[in-house]
Write a protein that binds this ligand. Structure first.
Ligand code: 0CM
Ligand code: SF4
Length: 331
């Protein structure tokens, strides 16, 4: 008798299931930022310069490049007098000054929910608070927010960082955060901050945005009992990377981030019955469809959508663009 221990058990179709998060993908701020670049290209013609990636998604950037957008790291790379779009993640006041010094025409696609955090930073700084900004060093949003009041802001990246903070007992302290963090980890940092500094004041409203929160609630729901959670999103997309972490914390047996279906390793599917799929706020839905098609080709059934929130927020385009569109008879 031969016993083959090496061959994985073939799963019956009935045992397989694909759950699809809803909401997932584009948020209102990303939708607005991408349309801003598209409309700017239509209105002014190529090239239109964009400072940094308009949103943190490789495919979005490549598609806009094909249409004539030129992505640069810094304002100094843009010829004088050209048009520049600022990305959804926001910029510091210094970037505005640099653009002005080069006589650039600027269109600000900063998400209004990031602008809200900038305004909170300016107000707290004006009122003489020390601001503890929870976020990731080097992320563009953090650079932009910190640039509003560099002398008043201290960055806190991890819960352990709280141990090294020192402020006088009478210091006025407040906290703010990047919009795309893990809600649970941020709340843990705030808990530690408050334990150490009881005078700590909260921001007037949540800084972690509705889209980040909704996508984390959804991935907890579909991830808790999943054998595998596939998160579509780019490696520099904070909110996408957080979804992998949240899925694992919720109980998923495995979770991976991919830019698209071509990055899926077939070995991940061995013995996997329930696959759950979601995507970050900067991810076009055709990339998710590509993942679902990949699974269907390997015998998985059609995905069941699991709805955990309704989203209907829409932001109007940047005012400088709307003004020019109107003048050109396009609004
Ligand atoms: O901030 P993050 O890295 O998640 O950016 P993103 O472009 O992937 O998502 C949308 C946003 C913002 C601000
Ligand atoms: Fe705005 Fe949130 Fe989208 Fe970022 S993830 S662009 S803060 S809505």
């Amino acid at each position: 008798m031969t016993i083959d221990l090496g061959t994985p058990r073939q799963l019956d179709d009935a045992e397989r299931e694909v759950l699809l998060a809803d909401p997932r993908g584009y948020c209102a701020g990303v939708d607005r930022a991408v349309i801003t670049v598209e409309q700017a290209l239509d209105l002014y013609g190529a090239p239109v310069y964009v400072r940094k990636q308009i949103v943190h998604n490789k495919h979005v950037v490549q598609n806009l490049e094909k249409r004539g957008a030129i992505f640069v790291e810094e304002i100094g790379e843009i010829p004088e007098g050209e048009t520049v779009v600022f990305s959804a993640h926001g910029v510091s006041p210094q970037v505005h000054r640099d653009a002005e010094a080069r006589s650039l025409k600027t269109i600000d696609a900063t998400c209004p929910l990031v602008t809200k955090v900038h305004n909170e930073a300016k107000r707290f700084a004006r009122e003489q608070y020390e601001i503890l900004l929870i976020g990731h060093d080097g992320h563009e949003e953090v650079e932009g927010t910190a640039g509003e009041a560099p002398e008043s802001i201290t960055l806190v990246e991890r819960p352990e960082d709280v141990d090294h903070l020192e402020f006088p007992p009478d210091a006025k302290l407040s906290w703010l955060s990047q919009t795309t963090l893990s809600v649970d980890e941020t709340m843990e940092i705030v808990r530690r901050l408050r334990e150490k500094f009881p005078q700590l004041e909260d921001p007037p409203s949540d800084d972690i945005c509705y889209a980040t929160q909704n996508r984390q609630v959804a991935v907890k729901q579909i991830g808790a009992e999943a054998d595998l959670v596939i998160v579509v999103g780019s490696g520099n997309s904070s909110n996408s990377v957080r979804l992998v972490e949240v899925a694992l914390e919720a109980g998923a047996k495995a979770s991976y981030r991919v830019d698209d279906a071509s990055e899926i390793d077939e070995a991940w599917l061995e013995g996997v019955e329930r696959v759950s799929v979601t995507s970050g706020a900067s991810v076009p839905d055709d990339l998710v469809q590509g993942v679902l098609d990949y699974l269907a080709d390997r015998g998985y059934p059609a995905a069941k959508a699991v709805n955990t929130a309704e989203e209907s927020l829409v932001f109007s385009l940047p005012k400088e663009l709307r003004r020019d569109m109107k003048a050109a008879g396009r609004a």
